[in-house]
Design a protein around this ligand. Sequence first.
Ligand SMILES: [Zn+2]
Length: 165
Amino acid sequence: MHCPKCGNKLVLKFCENEGLVPYCEVCEKFKFPPFSTAVSMVVVNKTQDKILIAKHTKNNDFLLFAGYIKKGESAEKTLVREIKEETGLNAVKYKYMSSKYHEPRNVLMLNFIVVVSDGEIVFNEDEISEIKWCGFDEALQTVSRDSTAEFFLQNAIAELKKNKI
Ligand SMILES: [Zn+2]
C-alpha cells in the first residue's frame, strides 16, 4: 500500500488504541485504509408484510436495494434518494438496523428497513430486469446463502415479526 498523498510506500506502525496502522514516513502521518460506505435497504410496503426485491441485469441475482453514500451526504439522505431513483417510490419511514463490512467491494454497508408509499413502481430496465413484492419467506429464499443480503434480511425480518417500525 502506498501513501495516497505522496506515493511513498507505507509501513505498519503502532498507533495508540488502534494497534498496527499503515504509516507514511515522508508525511509522518497515519494513513487509515480507505473504504466506501453504502446504504443497504430492506424495502417494505405500508403494512410491513411484503418486501420489495429486484433482479439486476448484470448478475441475474435478486438483491436488496443499495447505493453508495456520496461525499458530504448523510445515510438518511442517500436512502431517500436511492429509493426514488431506483423505484420511483417515496420513503415514508426508516429504521437503522445494523452494519456489515462487505469485502468484495471494500464497502461498509449500513442497513435500514425502509417503508415506502403505495404507488406505481418505475424502474430503469438497463439496471433491473425484474422487480417484485414478496412475503418474508420468499424474500429469504431469493437471496444467496451466507451473503450480506441474507444477513440483513434475517435481521430485518426478525424485527418486523416482533413489531412494526
Ligand atoms: Zn505520504
